[in-house]
Design a protein. Structure first.
Length: 333
């Protein structure tokens, strides 16, 4: 039976990349009637320093983002990672299964630690092992993610396979990454070769889910483009990463394909296309940001939803951890 798990780090405000690459698709899967478990991965966030008050605020804001975008706690399980200790407990076992060399090859580790790996936290290095535990503590079969997380889901499969092989079992499933749609990799508005990211120092590089209509309009108006009109087909965007990015964003927001957008808009200048994109983005994002603001007025209610979700998550995770401990040979009274 399919079971979906995915998570987002409360390491800053939500971006349009997180919305189109992750949350919007989480909601689509919920609406397909699949069992869905969604997490605010606060333990991942502290792999780089987070101010405690900011972490609390960002955790609630991310939960509000999920809810405002259509996640329904009566249909999906929604909780924050640290309230379900089984994630960390399974991660330790996986730390003993995974190899240093595997972690060393992760591009996110290389990008985030950079040349100063000696100064990076041990947690940042072991991040993919905790992510494998997040997924496998529920025996999740599918993980919707953006393109940037594909390598980590593949590593999750490697960890599951090595565990199964080391202990002569078929206990952990081979989880599939689900990377589909027009916006699996939303790029920076300032540089078409960099992904849109909540930690980019330039606020003009991203659209935040809390941006108002004026901010959205300004950022799209100033987004880097080129002087050529839009082509009729996607092939014409091969060497135009910034233009391609805006077309893909338009397609994802309009719930259509980039080809269909170009069939409609091909031949037009950016001076015409950008205002259409502004209207569409404001139309789709403003109700979400308004609802996030409303939900943030009542943090106790958000905390209650997360705690209730955590209890439901624990009910699935606890027996899987117990069986794992048995397989490994750990005694419990
Ligand atoms: N630009 C993006 N396009 C499409 N999907 C994206 N995701 C993130 N950025 C884009 C997807 O959002 C989910 C949650 O990501 P995360 O917050 O756990 O970590 P991240 O990928 O590291 O996101 P950021 O915004 O870049 O955060 P920082 O700056 O803190 O590293 C994932 O499914 C991811 O694929």
């Amino acid at each position: 039976k399919p079971r979906v798990f995915s998570g987002i780090q409360p390491s800053g405000g939500l971006t349009l990349g997180n919305y189109l690459g992750a949350i919007k698709r989480f909601v689509d899967m919920q609406e397909q009637g699949i069992e869905t478990i969604y997490c605010v991965v606060d333990m991942h966030a502290i792999t780089v320093w987070q101010d405690p008050d900011a972490l609390r605020r960002q955790t609630r804001e991310l939960a509000a983002g999920y809810l405002a975008a259509g996640l329904d706690p009566s249909k999906s399980i929604l909780f924050n990672q640290s309230q379900v200790a089984e994630h960390a407990q399974l991660a330790w076992i996986f730390n003993c299964v995974a190899r240093m060399g595997w972690m060393n090859r992760m591009t996110q580790w290389k990008d985030k630690a950079g040349k100063n790996a000696e100064k990076a936290s041990l947690g940042l290095f072991a991040y993919p092992s905790l992510m494998a535990a997040d997924i496998l503590i529920y025996h999740a079969t599918h993980v919707p993610v953006g393109e940037d997380q594909k390598q980590h889901v593949e590593l999750t499969r490697d960890i599951a396979a090595k565990f199964n092989n080391d202990y002569g079992t078929d206990f952990f499933p081979m989880t599939e990454p689900v990377i589909e749609g027009a916006a699996t990799r939303v790029m920076s508005l300032r540089d078409g070769s960099k992904k849109m990211s909540k930690s980019d120092p330039s606020d003009m590089s991203r659209i935040n889910m809390t941006d108002d209509a004026d901010a959205i309009a300004k950022k799209i108006r100033k987004a880097k483009t080129d002087p050529e009109p839009l082509p009729e087909t996607m092939d014409g965007l091969d060497d135009r990463p910034e233009a391609r990015n805006l077309v893909r964003i338009y397609a994802a927001l309009a719930e259509t394909t980039p080809q269909a957008v170009l069939a409609d808009m091909g031949g037009r200048q950016f001076s015409e296309f950008k205002p259409a994109l502004v209207d569409l983005a404001v139309d789709r994002l403003a109700p979400i940001s308004q609802e996030m603001g409303r939900l943030m007025q009542d943090p106790a209610e958000i905390d209650r939803i997360l705690a209730e979700g955590a209890a439901r998550a624990r009910a699935i995770a606890a027996p899987i951890l117990r069986d794992t401990y048995d397989i490994v040979g750990m005694i419990r009274g």
